[in-house]
Design a protein around this ligand. Structure first.
Ligand code: HEC
Ligand code: HEC
Ligand code: HEC
Ligand code: HEC
Ligand code: HEC
Length: 232
């Protein structure tokens, strides 16, 4: 049943509602845009609550490892978003004195202390989501195989606001499953996104990808291409 109604159709009511207000051209334009899977959600960047969370600042400039906050990426099929307590660990009143002297910093981070004080969670809006008719995407297996966050999420350390870089379409999954050696990096480097980006670019421009072939052999696993691996 669900296969008959691919995920992009979910947006049709919105497209038609907007079209009703703005005229027929929007309907045609909107339909063409959403019906072309290649463009679906690439660039999607929802507005986050409070003053948001800046990866460029925390993971880039301050150099925090992804696993400081996304603690489950190596263990769980679902990556996790950190709780307010993780933020509060640094953003409590008496911490970061050097920064909290600044009024702008105080104002920008107040939403964290408010959430902590009232024991409410910050409702971060989800950026990446595979279609519902796809089985639970096994996040940890990919990370443990030596696929960097960079290959699927882009250069997060340079993003003030996270947005979707890859289409998450079936052809995108399969493209890598057919040639994973293009993306494999040493296991201990998967969260070093700046290193990975440079390393993969050097490999691409360097002719034969012997490093990738070596890593694939060492992995000793073949990513599945049978329908049942990804669909119910
Ligand atoms: C200090 C905590 C922290 C660190 C460190 C951190 N993140 Fe995040 N990350 C968050 C929070 C909070 C969100 C939810 C808000 C948002 O999407 O911006 C998030 C969201 C994301 C998302 C989008 C999730 C979705 O909704 O689809 C990705 C992808 C991501 N982080 C990857 C990374 C990577 C890769 C690194 C390491 C380079 C990293 N993060 C480091 C806190 C952190
Ligand atoms: C390891 C410590 C640490 C953790 C954990 C941390 N932050 Fe920060 N954060 C900082 C520091 C340091 C700054 C100030 C950096 C600067 O201004 O250069 C900052 C700045 C900020 C700012 C102000 C940004 C701006 O644009 O000026 C916001 C908002 C913020 N953090 C949100 C969060 C949220 C939300 C979390 C939890 C998901 C979090 N932080 C976790 C250390 C941390
Ligand atoms: C092989 C591709 C791939 C790799 C590698 C990968 N991710 Fe993801 N990530 C995804 C997909 C696809 C989703 C959406 C999953 C879903 O809808 O079930 C996602 C979702 C997320 C989310 C959102 C989880 C939520 O529940 O909101 C976070 C956070 C995240 N990834 C962080 C990371 C971090 C950090 C790394 C590196 C350590 C990483 N990812 C590596 C593909 C990947
Ligand atoms: C950048 C490369 C890459 C992308 C993109 C990617 N995969 Fe994979 N995937 C792999 C590799 C490598 C393995 C083999 C891991 C292993 O067996 O150690 C794998 C294995 C799997 C497995 C088998 C897990 C198991 O239990 O052995 C599933 C299911 C899977 N991927 C689903 C997906 C889906 C769904 C997508 C798209 C949303 C996707 N993958 C995108 C590289 C990728
Ligand atoms: C590696 C994982 C993977 C494998 C293997 C896979 N699919 Fe998919 N498939 C996906 C993902 C992810 C989507 C969702 C695409 C989207 O949201 O745009 C999808 C979407 C679909 C759709 C909906 C239409 C579309 O193209 O968006 C159909 C039908 C489908 N798959 C059939 C199959 C069949 C038949 C096979 C076996 C020949 C297969 N799939 C193998 C991951 C996979």
């Amino acid at each position: 049943m669900s296969l008959l109604f691919p995920k992009w159709m979910n947006v049709l009511p919105t497209v038609f509602a907007v079209g009703g207000l703005l005229g027929a051209t929007t309907v045609v334009g909107g339909f063409w845009y959403y019906a072309t899977p290649k463009f679906f959600k690439v660039g999607y960047m929802p507005t986050q609550p409070g003053s948001g969370f800046n990866h460029q600042l925390h993971a880039g400039k301050l150099g925090m490892d992804c696993r400081y906050c996304h603690t489950k990426v190596e263990e769980s099929p679902e990556a996790n978003i950190p709780s307010v307590a993780t933020c509060f660990g640094c953003h409590a009143e008496n911490k970061l004195a050097k920064f909290t002297e600044s009024e702008t910093h105080k104002t920008k981070t107040n939403f964290i202390r408010e959430a902590y004080a009232t024991d409410t969670s910050i409702e971060w809006r989800r950026v990446h989501k595979v279609a519902d008719y796809v089985r639970n995407f096994p996040h940890h297996i990919h990370v443990n195989a030596g696929i960097s966050c960079y290959s699927c999420h882009g250069q997060i350390t340079a993003m003030p606001v996270v947005f979707q870089v890859q289409p998450l379409s079936m052809s995108w999954c399969l493209e890598c499953h057919r040639a994973p050696e293009e993306h494999l990096v040493p296991r201990d480097k998967v969260t070093q996104l700046v290193w990975v980006e440079q390393h993969l670019k050097e490999r691409q421009s360097g002719g034969a990808n012997t490093e990738g072939q070596r890593l694939l052999q060492a992995l000793g696993a073949e990513p599945p291409q049978n329908c049942g691996a990804c669909h119910y």
